[in-house]
Design a binder for this molecule. Structure first.
Ligand SMILES: Cc1cc2nc3c(=O)[nH]c(=O)nc-3n(C[C@H](O)[C@H](O)[C@H](O)COP(=O)(O)O)c2cc1C
Length: 173
């Protein structure tokens, strides 16, 4: 017998990313995002789905730039902080201790503690459901040399986020 499930349950686990937005010398912010994936190789495009009520949505709409930073599993506490607090109310760089560093092409900061960074210029925006899809062209991508060369292995952040949320929302798990 097959039983009805929450649709996201079997899409999991997904990777967690920390997307930065804004301007390093002005307002900048970090949002935890799991709805994020590559959608084209040539040109290189990444799509991420961002809630319209978020502070990051406002910043990306305004600067038309964002950076996908790849966190390792040991940044889980920071990921959850950035995923449960809004830049409308807190400075997430300050509260998490994550370090903003200048990016190579954009004014958005990268997160130094992350292992890889994809700098994206907004190409297209699509309104879908409760989010907007931001499709960004990757103008520069770089990562820690030791990881690229296989000298260091890391576990990328991914996890049980929806399972936890849905357990509360639907009391099914
Ligand atoms: C692991 C994790 C993944 C998340 N994935 C997304 C996502 O893909 N899209 C989204 O809009 N919000 C996602 N969220 C929720 C946002 O991170 C959250 O609403 C955040 O407070 C928004 O921050 P901001 O208002 O500073 O932009 C996720 C949260 C967590 C903890």
């Amino acid at each position: 017998m097959k039983i009805k499930v929450e649709y996201l349950e079997f899409m999991w686990p997904m990777r967690h990313f920390l997307i930065t937005c804004g301007d390093i010398s002005g307002e900048s912010n970090i949002i935890a995002v799991s709805f994020c994936m590559p959608v084209s190789k040539e040109p290189p495009l990444i799509v991420c789905a961002i809630g319209r009520g978020t502070y990051s949505y406002k910043l990306i709409k305004s600067t038309k730039e964002f950076i996908v930073n790849v966190p390792s599993e040991d940044l889980k506490a920071e990921i959850y902080y950035c995923g449960f607090h809004s830049g409308h109310h807190v400075d997430k760089f300050k509260e998490t201790g994550l370090t903003p560093q200048p990016a190579r092409q954009l004014r958005v900061p990268i997160i130094d503690e992350c292992v890889a960074h994809m700098e994206c210029k907004l190409k297209q925006e699509v309104e879908v459901g409760d989010k907007n899809l931001f499709i960004g062209e990757v103008v520069e991508a770089y990562a820690d040399e030791d990881i690229v060369k296989g000298k260091k292995k890391i576990e990328y952040a991914k996890g049980d986020f929806p399972r936890k949320i849905y357990a509360v929302r639907f009391k099914t798990l």
